[in-house]
Design a protein around this ligand. Structure first.
Ligand code: ATP
Ligand code: MG
Ligand code: MG
Length: 355
């Protein structure tokens, strides 16, 4: 039996563990602050469900293991400066940007990047946290202590947001899911739909971009690429060196989920192309308390993470998959009645984009 240690013990680690079971791969997510150190064997593999981590006895123990895959990729992608430099070096389109270094002020940022600029903390941000808009019309200021800890990005007036999830195995074979269409509201992912016919023509370009990244990083496992669609072209927003929220639909809609791909790749098994079953939808459950009535909706595949309730926190998700999109739509109507008001536009967005 192979054993994979996962640095971090959130929902992504739990879903990796779930995916390892049918393959008899023991996946062990581990709390970075645990008191007891993991007992690592030389043949074990190590991966992570988060992009960065503080130095703790547990993370130090895991980091020292020679089979920590993509070990050097994490710090490179966890800092937005080196991540953006990587995209520039590979000549992959991304929003124009600059480092908010000591001598930089609002005027110089607007001069270089335009009137509307999004400041992003270099590291640690997620779900839109660690972002600050700098609009010249509002006379917005750079927050105190953000100098040297942030980048500035030109505001992109994109048509919509998409993502591509790919996996590469130890032999260098790569596989990709269909491009996913994503709805982010206030920086947090609300819902995804895939596959979507009207964006299928962008698949080859998206695969070229992510393929280049997978190769150049000599990456093993699942890598996610968030992008903006501007007409018929794509601009990379950011990368995540792990399984990704926009790939959760693959639990329902693909013969091999993103979690299984990651387990396969890290364990040294092959990553063959998956069969995509039918149109799929994922709805994130954000700050919404558990509701048993979700389980009574036909077709709803509920994942509940068992985390403490906090407003704005991702607590679970629900997948739907069916070749009968009208059926998904009516199932979503039932779900709509069981979710707070702010879900109405997200569910309507999904229903409009189901093909
Ligand atoms: P995640 O939870 O996906 O890791 P994050 O906090 O790392 O999110 P980003 O993905 O960089 O942040 O940005 C969050 C959202 O903010 C994007 O999905 C998009 O909707 C919006 N956004 C990001 N960059 C820009 C930009 N340059 N112009 C306009 N909108 C942007
Ligand atoms: Mg991010
Ligand atoms: Mg993002």
């Amino acid at each position: 039996m192979s054993k994979i240690w996962v640095l971090g013990d959130g929902q992504l680690g739990a879903m990796l563990r779930h995916a390892g079971m049918p393959l008899d791969v023991e996946v062990c997510p581990i709390d970075i602050n645990a008191d007891v150190l993991p007992e690592l064997s030389p043949e074990d593999k190590v991966t992570a469900e988060r992009e960065q981590w503080p130095s703790t006895p547990v993370t130090q123990a895991l980091e020292q293991h020679p089979n920590f895959l993509n070990r050097l990729v994490f710090p490179k992608l966890a800092d937005r400066v080196t991540q953006k430099q990587l995209l520039d070096d590979l000549d992959l389109s991304t929003a124009p940007w600059m480092v908010v270094s000591d001598g930089v002020d609002e005027a110089s940022i607007h001069q270089q990047l335009g009137d509307n600029v999004l400041l992003k903390r270099r590291s640690g941000g997620y779900d839109g946290r660690g972002q600050h808009w700098l609009r010249s019309c509002n006379n917005d200021k750079i927050p105190a202590d953000w100098h040297n800890h942030a980048i500035a990005e030109q505001a992109i007036n994109f048509d919509e947001e998409v993502s591509l999830i790919g996996a590469r195995d130890i032999k260098g074979n790569v596989v990709f899911f269909p491009i996913t269409l994503n709805l982010n509201t206030d920086g947090i992912l609300m819902a995804t739909v895939a596959p979507v016919d009207r964006i299928a023509h962008l698949q080859a370009e998206a695969e070229r971009m992510l393929g280049k990244l997978l190769e150049s990083l000599d990456y093993v496992g699942v890598l996610a690429m968030e992008a903006f669609r501007l007409g018929d072209s794509l601009m990379i927003n950011e990368l995540a060196p792990r399984v990704h929220n926009t790939g959760h639909w693959t639990q329902a809609g693909s013969s091999i989920s993103q979690f299984e791909y990651h387990v396969r790749a890290v364990a040294g098994y092959p990553t063959i192309p998956a069969q995509i079953k039918a149109p799929s939808v994922m709805i994130n459950l954000i700050g919404t308390p558990w509701d048993e009535r979700w389980l009574a909706i036909e077709g709803a595949e509920v994942y509940w993470y068992g985390k403490d309730h906090r407003p704005g926190r991702k607590l679970g998700h629900i997948n739907f998959c069916s070749s009968d999109t009208a059926q998904i739509s009516s199932q979503l109507d039932q779900l709509k009645d069981l979710l707070p008001e702010q879900y109405q536009p997200a569910i309507q967005w999904v229903q409009t984009n189901l093909t």
